[in-house]
Ligand binder design. Structure first.
Ligand SMILES: NC(=O)C1=CN([C@@H]2O[C@H](COP(=O)(O)OP(=O)(O)OC[C@H]3O[C@@H](n4cnc5c(N)ncnc54)[C@H](O)[C@@H]3O)[C@@H](O)[C@H]2O)C=CC1
Ligand SMILES: CC(=O)[C@](C)(O)C(=O)O
Ligand SMILES: [Mg+2]
Ligand SMILES: [Mg+2]
Length: 347
């Protein structure tokens, strides 16, 4: 493993150089990898593994997603099965249902976890919150996770472009003595770039914080706040949207991604730099209490509880869709849709 210094702290990272694809194929050559669930991570991971030359099958209940799997080239009766049949055939069971749905399917999955098989997750959720989920794996199977740090959609897109997404990995239970090798091999197989080691608890608490915070929740909150202030002061929707979102995603964030915040700042005017350097700290100070509240709510299990309760209701998809529609139909995102349509490459 490579030891890399992250801002003064040394951490171990697995690289593709030390664990090349050929090695991953060798480690998993006798395994049948059964991807259970074909939502967002399922397609990304299974297609990448298939293209990487692994022995992969998909288990999905009949319906729209099953049809999507057929469209993606999975063949019923050969590489695509009903969930129980895939569980029976698989030796590495990739439990890629939504975290809430895993609770309902767990008793079925457990039945097929014969000694020597492996149980694979992409989130530390199920076993960390075992009091709430009931997910307690038998002691004679390997249990590990590879959590791509991004949407399954980007995992696939980047793979197709010849790039990779970083993932974290963790071993929860090593019954065979080979859990670590298998886990890393899976990480390489699903198309990860670098693999960062963590444990199930740290993965789930950081992930739940991140998606509720700067990755998804906080970013929408801060966009909405600025947009509302601009609108209240007489700016047009397009001006408010451009100055809140479009410039960030189209121009500035790609620069941050490439070379960091200071470099993005350095490529803006000195007027902008002066202002941004003066204002970032007040924003940090104003939001930090909210992040602390969020982290505590994750740590106490409250966020897991909410996620389980809400996403287990019969109409959870419709409810989520209703709220997404509300966002989509807010003035800000309607303005966004119009602004996007005016991008030179789209018009
Ligand atoms: N969405 C993403 O990009 C990411 C997800 N993860 C993790 O990956 C895992 C899978 O998440 P997603 O792909 O988002 O899941 P998802 O919400 O897209 O659901 C996956 C599949 O579960 C099936 N399903 C739902 N309820 C079911 C039930 N009761 N019985 C049988 N099948 C059912 C759906 O048909 C769907 O095909 C989760 O642990 C999640 O936290 C990790 C990183 C990113
Ligand atoms: C995409 C990802 O990593 C998230 C935001 O944590 C998730 O989809 O759960
Ligand atoms: Mg995540
Ligand atoms: Mg997540």
């Amino acid at each position: 493993m490579a030891t890399i210094n992250f801002g003064g702290v040394e951490e171990n990272v697995v690289t593709r150089e030390e664990f090349p694809l050929e090695k991953a194929r060798e480690v998993l050559k006798d395994e049948v990898i059964a991807v259970i669930g074909y939502g967002v991570q399922g397609p990304g991971q299974s297609l990448n593994m298939r293209d990487n030359g692994f022995n992969v099958i998909v288990g999905q209940r009949k319906g729209k997603t099953y049809d999507k799997a057929v469209q993606d080239g999975w063949v019923p009766g050969e590489t695509l099965f009903e969930i129980e049949e895939a569980l029976e055939r698989g030796t590495i069971i990739c439990f890629l249902l939504s975290d809430a749905a895993q609770i309902e399917l767990w008793p079925t999955v457990k039945k097929y976890l014969k000694p020597g098989k492996s149980l694979y997750f992409s989130h530390g959720f199920g076993v960390t919150y075992k009091e709430k989920t009931g997910i307690v794996p038998p002691s004679d199977v390997d249990v590990f996770l590879v959590a791509p740090k991004g949407s399954g959609t980007s995992l696939r897109r980047l793979f197709v472009e010849g790039k990779g997404l970083n993932s974290s990995f963790a071993i929860y239970q090593d019954a065979s003595g080979n859990a670590r090798e298998k886990c890393i091999a899976m990480g390489i197989g699903v198309g990860s770039g670098y693999l960062f080691e963590t444990d199930f608890y740290k993965e789930v608490t950081s992930d739940l914080t991140g998606e509720r915070g700067t990755l998804m929740g906080a970013i929408q909150g801060i966009f909405a706040a600025q947009y509302e202030v601009l609108r209240a002061n007489g700016h047009s929707p397009s001006e408010a949207f451009n100055e809140t979102v479009e410039e960030l995603t189209q121009s500035l964030m790609p620069l941050v991604a490439e070379n960091g915040m200071d470099w993005m700042y350095a490529n803006c005017s000195t007027t902008a730099q002066r202002g941004a350097l003066d204002w970032w700290k007040p924003f940090r100070d104003a939001t930090k209490p909210v992040f602390e509240k969020l982290y505590n709510s994750v740590k106490s299990g409250e966020q897991a509880e909410i996620s389980i309760t809400r996403n287990s209701q019969a109409d959870y998809r419709e409810k989520l869709e209703e709220e997404l529609k509300e966002l989509r139909e807010s003035e800000m995102w309607k303005a966004g849709s119009a602004v996007r349509s005016l991008r030179p490459e789209r018009s």
